[in-house]
Design a protein around this ligand. Sequence first.
Ligand code: SAM
Length: 224
Amino acid sequence: MLYIVATPIGNLQDVTLRALEILKESDFILCEDTRHSRIFLDHYQIKAPTISYHQHSKLSKMDYISELLQQDKNLALICDAGTPGISDPGNKLISHLIVQLPNLKIISIPGPAAVISALSISGFETDKFIFLGFPPHKKGRKTFFEQAAEFKYTLAFYESPYRILKALNELANLEDFKDREITVARELTKKFETIYRGTAENIINKIPKNEIKGEFVVVIRAKK
Ligand code: SAM
């Protein structure tokens, strides 16, 4: 059995009772970064052995994981933060296992996902929205924003602290986005949680420029 277990996006209390139970009972826990996840696992005295998996995991690692599953071991997949498979390497592993082991039972243990938390506080229409993951770093970035402008629903994307100002400047300079209301959710559930609201230009003026740190979700109101 493979459990896809959501873990906190910051605040260690944001985890379900079911998630803790499943993790405690698992034979192995698959982690994106074992050292990073150890902080969370130790906090809840979860002692199951961990196995690392990441974007560059070799086929032999995937084969090892599928072997364990074929031996009827219970495995839990977690990621660095939030729901595995949402803009992280978990997705590649899950799709590989579905092909390799068509009868494998995959069970979702739901919990936090940064995009959903950000949408929930945006105040924008959320009965329909489009999640765009991370914009490309360089090549294809311009096209990413131009294509995003075509969609008529609320938009959400993830951005790193190194490129958040760049992204806001790009939005401020695009006719389709410059007047749209934006919510930038920084460090959700953490000590320095900050929510910026306004146009891209308003937010650029509000974000302290000295050292931009943290994790960011950008949500843009649907075009009228
Ligand atoms: N699987 C994760 C999820 O369910 O949200 C997302 C993984 S993705 C590799 C990491 C990105 O999620 C970060 O760069 C940031 O954009 C966003 N993120 C994660 N935690 C966050 C937080 N506490 N506050 C704001 N954004 C966060």
